[in-house]
Design a protein around this ligand. Sequence first.
Ligand code: NAD
Ligand code: ZN
Ligand code: ZN
Length: 345
Amino acid sequence: MRALRLTAWGEPATPTEVERPVPHGTEVLVRVEAAGLCHSDLHVIDGAPGALPYRLPFTLGHEVAGRATALGPDAEGVTAGQRVVVYGPWGCGACDRCAAGRDNYCDRRDTLPWHGVGLGRDGGMAEYLLVPSARHLVPIDDLPAVQAAPLSDAGLTSYHAVAGLRDALGEGSTAVVIGVGGLGHLAVQILRATTASRILAVDVREDALALADRSGADFGTLVRADTARVLRTRSGGAGADAVLDFVGTDRTLELAISILRPGGVLAVVGSGGGRLTVAKPGVLPPGFRLSLPFWGTRPELAEVIGLARSGAIRVETERFPLSAAPEAIGRLRRGQVRGRAVLVP
Ligand code: NAD
Ligand code: ZN
Ligand code: ZN
């Protein structure tokens, strides 16, 4: 079968021919119908040797939807032919976090940091994906795979990040979303669907602001010298109750801090390598809280799928055949993807 393999750090990943896997034990073979391309894939491809705890080679792809086609003899909880989305953070399965469907915060951090399907283990940018257990599958019924796949990370991570801020986002509150790409446009929709907050969006691209508007943002602005002042005014004067930073560079963290009101909360989702210094007194507002969410829980993925099936959220996608993965990666790198690029084998 065809698979997009990462064979050397910093080298382009290209589709190659590999053996189709066979399910043993509790494993389930999924015929991939769609695999989302995440900005994290670029961080992974670019990873300096040793920077990430993954061993090469492996197949990329951590947002995967398709059909369970073959089951190992001990697989339970799924039927052959069932359409599913893959819950991607694959924890140890034995700790109490994993038992509660919170593999994203598996206690075995010594062996499994920032790890999952397509992240150090063979992923779904391929014709077939081998999933270790049916507990990593969530049914999607008739939801199109091109929608379902990005919901397993872009949707789930945004949902989990917003859930962590919900106590700050009551009536009259302001949420700011920095970076309205694959994750950010869904964060805007999830804020709209699940909180009462006023939603302000920031990006460096006009087309991303148009997407923010379509996603339900109240106001969008480009990053400029006076962005902090504009956002503060739009918040009603006091500043933001919560900021979700989907970029995570020094520049965006600085912007986030400058617009947070006292008692405000910052969720850093983007892996842009920026740093924050904690000093008291310092630039951080009094009562400042920080959240560093990673992916989301399995029950949350089921909720996200439910939101999509009800029509409350919808992923904006650009489709590419798997053979055009290098082109899709190039477009994402150049900031030319609107919403989420999805590969279809
Ligand atoms: P994306 O490329 O689809 O979107 C990024 C958006 O940010 C784009 O619209 C871009 O124009 C905008 N942007 C870039 N620089 C900006 C700046 N200085 N100010 C404002 N906007 C700016 O990326 P994505 O797939 O949505 O991923 C976003 C980030 O989240 C990445 O760093 C990714 O690695 C990370 N991520 C984290 C998790 C997690 O669990 N914490 C999960 C998935 C992705
Ligand atoms: Zn991702
Ligand atoms: Zn665990």
